[in-house]
Design a protein around this ligand. Structure first.
Ligand code: PLP
Length: 422
């Protein structure tokens, strides 16, 4: 792993700032396709629900949620994944979270706390990865192991191919499906094999399913439906869900974890020490959002329009494929860093170099280096303009030796202008 003592060193947006902020945007209307933040609005009833619960601001957030909120989450899981009634007990199996990020971070903390071995515990994650996975491992002095999730592996990490001795040292594993940034979704067979592997080698899997509701025609599979098919045992399994993408409400900070009741209790215990909790007015709004589907269908339509534009404008350039889920394009442009710099300087379009979301493997090859990540979160007109500028500037890509570099592998202080994502 490159120098990862400081969180800023591996945060993709800190690295993007280092690359771009000393260069003026090459357009008087910059378009920021770098940040995976929904631009659609959540339904107006969110405000009504929060206002109706206004007397509750004086209460601390209830750590285990409310019967209404947890019940809405359990009912949504049951509908979404066709689970048997009663498989998910709202109080034992569901834990409210202020978005999924905090839960993903604290789940690692609660897992490594009991680690007894002399060697540091191993945390497995896909490569590329959501930066919080690596941040959590590093913060807990665990050893992050980055497992390639590339075109060759169907953009999913092949954990089953790892050395069994390494798998025995693993205490925790992340699986992001649909995946940020590649947009691939694991099928049921993959999910079932990963659950079996986790049980065989006794590690916990966090199934990060926060993009599960953003898809075109086929709802991506979820771990709980796979578990239900094989009898419903939840051991070793935690699924993470969020209203940030489903309801375009990342500012609400509202989601949940569901799964193994012993792991839910441990996560709860850790969050009671360092977590923020979810306040009662937010839980009231969240309850309604998990129960309402019309706004989610409208949201899917919004992204469908953007992906139809991408299909028309990009055609078969840059290995374009419609993602199985989520709202990112993962484009093979040859040299992602050089392309990001060129797009900013010549067209005022900001995208994330894929190599900023991934680590070089033992062979020195960074599996994201050829790519850029493009977030299709804006309205159709802005998206269309952004995509047209990408095609104009990049043509068919940027040769791999065109890399300008960000001036530093990890060292220089990052200007703090980059907006935060999740
Ligand atoms: C892969 C992935 N997981 C989790 C999150 C966290 O989202 P939130 O905390 O808003 O639910 C994000 C946010 O961008 C993400 O991309």
């Amino acid at each position: 792993m490159s120098d990862r003592r400081s969180f800023q060193a591996f945060h993709p947006f800190a690295r993007l700032s280092r690359l771009l902020d000393s260069h003026p945007a090459g357009h008087d209307r910059p378009i920021l396709l770098s940040i995976g933040e929904p631009k659609n609005q959540p339904p107006a009833f969110v405000t009504e629900e929060i206002a109706a619960a206004a007397t509750k601001w004086s209460s601390y957030p209830p750590p285990r949620g409310t019967p209404q909120y947890n019940g809405a989450c359990a009912d949504w899981l049951t509908r979404r994944y066709g689970l048997p009634r009663g498989m998910i007990d709202p109080q034992r199996h569901v834990l409210p979270l202020p978005g999924s990020r905090e839960g993903l971070f604290f789940a690692v903390l609660s897992a490594v706390q009991d680690h007894q071995g002399a060697a540091p515990p191993v945390v497995l994650m896909p490569n590329p990865f959501y930066h919080v996975y690596a941040g959590a491992a590093v913060a807990m002095s665990a050893e992050p192991v980055f497992v390639p999730a590339t075109a060759e592996t169907g953009f999913m990490p092949d954990y089953g191919a790892l050395d069994p001795a390494l798998l025995d040292r693993a205490v925790f594993c992340f699986l992001n499906s649909p995946a940020n940034p590649q947009g691939a979704a694991a099928d049921r067979g993959y999910l079932a094999r990963l659950v079996a592997l986790a049980r065989r080698h006794d590690f916990i899997v966090a199934f990060d399913e926060c993009y599960a509701e953003i898809y075109d025609t086929t709802p991506p599979a979820g771990v709980l439906e796979v578990v239900a098919e094989s009898g419903g045992a939840l051991d070793h399994v935690l699924a993470f869900h969020s209203l940030s993408k489903r309801s375009s409400a990342p500012g609400l900070r509202c989601g949940f974890a569901a799964g193994d009741p012993a792991l839910i209790d441990k996560l709860d215990a850790a969050l009671r020490v360092g977590g923020a909790g979810v306040s009662l007015p937010i839980l009231a709004a969240g309850t309604r959002l998990w129960r309402e589907e019309a706004h989610v269908e409208a949201n899917r339509d919004y992204y469908r329009r953007n992906f139809a534009l991408a299909e028309r404008i990009l055609g078969n350039r840059f290995g374009f494929r419609k993602p199985d889920g989520g709202f990112f394009l993962w484009l093979d442009v040859g040299d992602g860093e050089a392309a990001a710099l060129k797009l900013w300087r010549e067209a005022g379009v900001r995208v994330v170099p894929g190599g900023y979301m991934s680590e070089p493997g033992p062979d020195g090859v960074n599996p994201g280096a050829r790519y850029i990540r493009v977030a299709l979160v804006y309205d159709a007109a802005t998206t269309e303009e952004g995509l047209n500028r990408i095609v104009e500037v990049l043509g068919d890509g940027v040769p791999e030796d065109g890399a300008p570099g960000d001036g530093t592998a990890a060292g220089r202080a990052a200007p703090q202008t980059a907006a935060a994502e999740g």
